[in-house]
Design a protein around this ligand. Structure first.
Ligand SMILES: O=C(O)CCC(=O)C(=O)O
Ligand SMILES: [Fe+2]
Length: 175
């Protein structure tokens, strides 16, 4: 975690909601094969090339999940004010039933799940302690959204690494 915090070229992206632009409440970095271009939160991300450390983690995640990954999104939650809004990782370039391996380091925070359509469905909080891996697969992204809430109490930094397999979806008329 110390290596990743120190050596990653962290960026803070902005997001535009209802015509207003805000800075996203966390830092991020995107690594992967050159072909793993990914649109996330309405932005196109060109991946940085794998570092030895991230490639090593990728191999371990592939062994655990039994599926290949060609990219990883790093999210850095600096303190309890950093968060991630409810969303599903359901972009077309991830395919219909993506497998996502999510490695958490540092402060334990909860990933909360809400059903997309069934408002009666009970939500779910999944605590993600240091060193844990959460596998999301099957229809999870189709039916559920997830996010990280802000906290009122003080809390230390947290890193989350989501390993993904991003396909190239070419736009109509492109090859
Ligand atoms: O920080 C987390 O555990 C969630 C990250 C996430 O949902 C994402 O990167 O899409
Ligand atoms: Fe996500």
């Amino acid at each position: 975690m110390e290596l990743l915090l120190a050596q990653t070229p962290w960026r803070q992206e902005s997001i535009t909601v209802y015509g207003k632009t805000h800075l996203q409440p966390r830092l991020l970095a995107w690594y992967g094969e050159p072909a793993a271009v990914y649109r996330y939160s309405g932005k196109t991300h060109q991946p940085l090339p794998w570092t030895d450390q991230l490639d090593g983690l990728r191999r371990r995640m592939e062994a655990l999940a039994g599926t290949p990954f060609n990219s990883v999104l790093l999210n850095y939650y600096r303190d309890g004010r950093d968060s991630m809004g409810l969303h599903a990782d359901d972009e077309p370039e991830l395919g219909p039933e993506p497998v996502i391996a999510s490695l958490s380091l540092g402060e334990e925070r909860a990933l909360y799940f809400r059903h997309k359509r069934d408002k009666q469905a009970r939500g779910l909080d999944v605590s993600l302690p240091h060193g844990s891996v959460l596998l999301m697969s099957g229809a999870t992204q189709r039916y559920w959204k997830h996010g990280i809430r802000k906290l009122r109490r003080d809390c230390g930094p947290r890193l989350n690494l989501t390993f993904r397999l991003v396909g190239s979806i070419s736009a109509p008329g492109e090859d």
